[in-house]
Design a binder for this molecule. Sequence first.
Ligand code: SIN
Length: 502
Amino acid sequence: MGSIDTKASSADYHERALTALKDKSLFISDAFIDGKWKSSDKTFPVYEPSTATVLGKVADCDLADFQNAIKSASEAQPKFFASTTGTSRGALLRKWYELIIQNQDDIATILCLENGKTYAEAKGEVVYAASFIAWFAEEATRAYGVTIPSSTPHTTLYTTREPVGVCGIITPWNFPAAMITRKVGPALAAGCSVVIKPPSETPFTCLALTKLAVEAGIPPAIIQVCPTKNREAATELATNPLVNKISFTGSTGVGKMLAKLAAGTLKKLSLELGGNAPFIVFDDADLDLAVEGAMFCKFRCTGQTCVCANRLYVQKGVAKEFTAKLVKKVAALQMGPGLDTKTTQGPLVNKSAVDKVKEHVADALSKGAKVEFGGSAPDNSGFFFEPTVLSGVTADALVSKDETFGPLAPIFEFETEEEAIKLANDTEFGLAGYFFSRNIGRAMRVAQRLQVGMVGVNTGKISAAEAPFGGVKESGYGKEGSLYGLEDYQIIKSVTIGNQDA
Ligand code: SIN
């Protein structure tokens, strides 16, 4: 495995990158409230993870800012819905999509700097993010109602779909662009307004996307952005009666807290929470395909995705061969700063993320696991941890219960299909699950028995604008993207027209 390019990691790394932006006005540190960019005396720092240096300081919104944003979004939303059609909202989204694509290099640079993922991954994320806007530009025109045969004579019964209203959007740092667009796209398509609390680790991408949304012609008060580190202020989104819906992606702990707070005003909720994805390799699998799948869904974003393979269950007969093949690929990863073209594995987001990987590795080793590759954090200033493969991991290891959210591939061995399913389902989480097998019967059986919201069979890649994204159990509820994504931002109204003979 390659070492870190210390030249690229020097303190002026991000300054040089920001100077090279084609449109420097996309790097914004203000909030966007009531249609105006708003600076603040109070700011918080955002770090560049490969050097652990401050990338910039962003306006730290307070309670009054959130209240103003919510009030303004609430006044603007009915006018927006009344003055647009699905087709015209779709056209606005399409324009926003085009601007994102035109500015993809700059957005990817900003994203790469604040998140740490490689530039190639950042570019991929910008295109992925834009695909949700394109998808919901189309879906905006498909908000069908139904006519229902009434059981009462001389009566017509039909349904319409209306926007839920003001949506509080709370997003994570691991996908600074895609988690914004996967929520804001359907919200705007439905005719809602949004107040976004972007992640405090990665607010710059959201602010750049917002600038492009306004340039696309989306009415300014329909999209409001309140960056903050102030938990009390952000809580306003979950308690203010003018907010009708919360969409949150993040940890199960925070999701449960938001659900309790939102219960006070019975807000509609979409919660995309933690995962603990099993990745099962059966002895009838194509092992090269399985390794390719593991590389993608374990090491994408340095292991920091909710759908990451967290537990690799490999059938005993193929465990040695699979491990050797995986180690060969992992050893070829090149750790370094995201903007360095040689880098194929970026840093983690912050120090506590590195500490969690260290804890999971130490715990697994103390219970008998063996390091096949990696296993430690390099001695430098950035938030790096070596891509790591452990074998012989046991069911009592911390990593079997808790998602690492880092570049650790722990290999557990199993003997039978029944055992693999039992182990895979032995968790309170149920976001994603993967397995590899060339047996069609087994493929059908296991896909049905895994207690998750999303299954990858012979692939580690399950995310796309058209694919329903969301979990079961304590991984949350609601579906994002796909033909279901718009519904989460709508209410169904029924209209009964009676006494038509009168
Ligand atoms: C997530 O980690 O929450 C999102 C991952 C994805 O969209 O693939």
